[in-house]
Design a protein around this ligand. Structure first.
Ligand code: GTP
Ligand code: MG
Length: 652
């Protein structure tokens, strides 16, 4: 029978479900697993409350005798690293999308990730029962984003306004959706004859682009048989040079069986993936960790080379247990074979991204780099007693999720937790509470203000004490003057004739530097020159201490008269947005006291712009929140310190 040609796949294969936030990946995960078990998808009839996925979920099942590992990925951009890491581990991805403008807007990021990885993928148009706009419009929008040609395998069949079934383009057969696997063949709708022919011709053409023999046939106007089409589809889809498009409703269990069949036929063998990634078939077991959870008690890994046996030891790291997740249960297995994604228990010291075993010569195991942080919170333990536990817990947290970071801000003395947004950080803080019993207080990070002066002053300072025995005496005349921004501190000794003996000069400098650590506004003073021009001493009462105190007092007093000003850090910010939002991004930056330096097309990102600006750090704390809300979650930015600038009209 056409379409059910024997598939020569031996081992287990893996698929990641990715897609925009809320597009129905978790619902599809449940539907796929339920359908594989021959069961019914829970069919509530109306959408349940959306619970956003924040950590990848791994599940296992068998479909028609083939074994599968499925990964449900979070859609939120704040958890994008989770998905990227999972993509590095699987054989194939299903891009779950829905026909909503806001959701479609985030597709370029996802397509780019897949294409950069060279990971074959198909598109599953979910929530098909709600599709109101013409299907062609959706295809056009999808085509604009994908580097590789799209191949719609199905067309929606409407009944009134609702989508009630689909046409299988290759088979030329129409179906009415039932629940789960029970789609029922119906008469071919007359109005779909033309679109179906068009889709089939388009498909053949796309396939012929990859195959000369097929191309010749088409030129001679010999129609390929369905079996030939399936064969080419399999080859091109597994290579990733074509992107099939399938339809369905995860919630209603519609279109799940055809999706399963497409996966069964077209997902490459795990050995093909390993070969594509440069990993040879023979050698010692090789496993890559793509996720650690529960404070390192559990890891998810891809077995690139097997078999992986329970209790195997890799460079001192022992595999405590191997798990498979069928249904809701974790089941312990004695070994896992190449191509499986498994849960690994108690892998001490193997963070996300870790490789167990040794890649052979020329083998490389790519793993994604986390994106630079765009959001930070100052954190501290609510209970001082927990201060000792905090560093170790934070270290584990960042090993679990490398897109989190810990920064000790020397300027403010704060510990900062950095990451991809407030939801991301708050979920990390929740984990600190649940896994480590650490209650954390957060606040927006303090700004590392500095001070400087604008006027040169002379300051005379004398320190004199007479208390009992011998006293204290030091006397200095100092010049304090501004330097250019960034020039730093300079101390000059201009004493002549020993008015201040040589041995005391370093103490004068020490005293000056101490005073500069806290200026009139309470912040460190920078870019100041201090010159010791004159002074006097006492043979008995003078001391290092006395000169240090005299200098410190002199500077503290002098700074107040030298027109002190507050300096704030200004950062060089590069905002990346789709060009429809370039003007909005510029407005947003100027609204935050930013000075626009210019904008240009973003290299390698068609339709995107980079806007460069200088923006005070004090304005950047929640920039990402506003940027995302104005760009449907797409905009992001990078920042780096640029310079200190006078903070005009700003109260310290
Ligand atoms: N109408 C309709 N709603 C659906 C369908 N699939 C999922 N939903 C609903 O859409 C919402 C989001 O579904 P999820 O499966 O949680 O989406 P997700 O892609 O996993 O979301 P994130 O994990 O946050 O990225 C839920 O309210 C679901 O009930 C569908 O086929 N049709
Ligand atoms: Mg989800």
């Amino acid at each position: 029978m056409a379409g059910t040609a024997k598939v020569a796949v031996a081992g287990p294969r893996s698929v990641a479900l990715i897609g925009p936030y809320g597009s129905g990946k978790s619902a599809l995960f449940d539907a796929l697993i339920a359908a594989a078990a021959g069961g019914q998808v829970r069919r509530s009839g109306d959408a349940r409350k959306h619970v956003a996925t924040t950590e990848v979920r791994l599940g296992h099942c068998s479909f028609l005798g083939d074994r599968w590992s499925i990964v449900d990925c979070p859609g939120s951009v704040e958890f994008a690293y989770e998905a990227e890491a999972a993509l590095a581990a699987v054989d194939f991805a299903v891009l779950v999308c829905e026909a909503s403008a806001t959701k479609l807007a985030s597709l370029p990021l996802l397509f780019r990730s897949l294409e950069n990885l060279g990971l074959p993928h198909l598109v599953f148009v979910n929530k098909i029962e709600t599709l109101a706009s013409p299907f062609d419009e959706l295809l056009t929008a999808l085509r604009a984003q994908s580097k590789y040609p799209l191949a719609p395998r199905q067309l929606p069949v409407r009944q009134g306004d609702a989508v009630a079934g689909y046409v299988d383009v290759v088979r030329g057969q129409a179906y009415r959706y039932g629940t789960n696997q029970s789609a029922e063949a119906i008469d071919f709708p007359a109005d779909l004859r033309e679109p179906e022919k068009h889709a089939l011709d388009g498909l053949a053409e796309v396939l012929a682009d990859q195959d000369d023999a097929l191309l010749e046939k088409l030129i001679e106007e010999i129609a390929p048989t369905p079996a030939e089409i399936y064969q080419h589809l399999r080859k091109d889809q597994a290579k990733g040079t074509i992107v099939e498009v399938l339809l369905g409703s995860a919630m209603l269990g519609q279109g799940i069986f055809p999706l399963w069949k497409a996966l069964r036929h077209d997902v490459p063998d795990s050995k093909e993936t390993a070969a594509r990634r440069g990993i040879g078939p023979s050698g010692e077991p090789l496993v890559q960790i793509f996720k650690t959870v529960q404070a390192g008690k559990l890891s998810y890994g891809r077995v690139w080379r097997g078999p992986l046996r329970d209790s195997a030891v890799f460079d001192g790291v022992r595999v405590g247990s191997i798990h498979r997740y069928s249904g809701n249960e974790a089941q312990r297995i004695p070994e896992a074979e190449a191509g499986e994604l498994t849960g690994l228990g108690r892998l001490e010291g193997a963070p996300t991204g870790a490789i167990l075993g040794h890649p052979g010569e020329g083998e490389s195991l790519h793993f994604p780099q986390p994106k630079p942080p765009v959001f930070a919170l100052a954190i501290k333990a609510k209970d001082r007693k927990d201060d000792v536990k905090l560093p170790a817990a934070l270290q584990k947290l960042t090993a679990e999720d490398p897109s989190l970071g810990i920064v000790h801000d020397a300027a403010t003395g704060e510990t900062l937790l950095t990451g991809q947004g407030d939801i991301h950080l708050n979920s990390a803080i929740d984990r600190l509470a649940t896994l480590y019993n650490l209650q954390i207080a957060t606040s927006p990070p303090k700004i590392g203000f500095k001070e400087t002066i604008k006027r040169k002053v002379q300051q005379h300072s004398r320190y004199k004490r007479q208390t009992g025995g011998h006293g204290q005496f030091a006397d200095v005349k100092l010049e304090i003057e501004p330097r250019h921004r960034g020039e730093g501190f300079l101390f000059t000794d201009k004493i002549v004739g020993g008015a201040v003996p040589k041995q005391y000069i370093p103490s004068v400098q020490d005293g000056a530097e101490e005073a500069l650590q806290k200026g009139p506004f309470g912040y460190p003073v920078v870019d100041v020159a201090v010159t010791l021009v004159d002074g006097s001493f006492h043979t008995v009462d003078s001391s290092d201490m006395a000169f240090k105190i005299a200098a410190r007092q002199g500077i503290s007093e002098g700074l107040g008269k030298a027109e002190p000003v507050l300096l704030e850090p200004v950062e060089h910010v590069t905002v990346s947005v789709p060009n429809s939002a370039t003007a909005a991004a510029q407005r947003l930056l100027t609204g935050r006291r930013g000075q626009i330096l210019g904008y240009a097309e973003r290299p390698g990102w068609p339709g995107w712009d980079d806007v460069e600006a200088l923006v005070p750090a004090a304005e950047l704390h929640d920039l990402i929140t506003q940027l995302r809300s104005e760009t449907q979650g797409l905009g992001h930015y990078r920042r780096r310190f640029d310079h200190l600038a006078e903070a005009r009209g700003m109260m310290p």
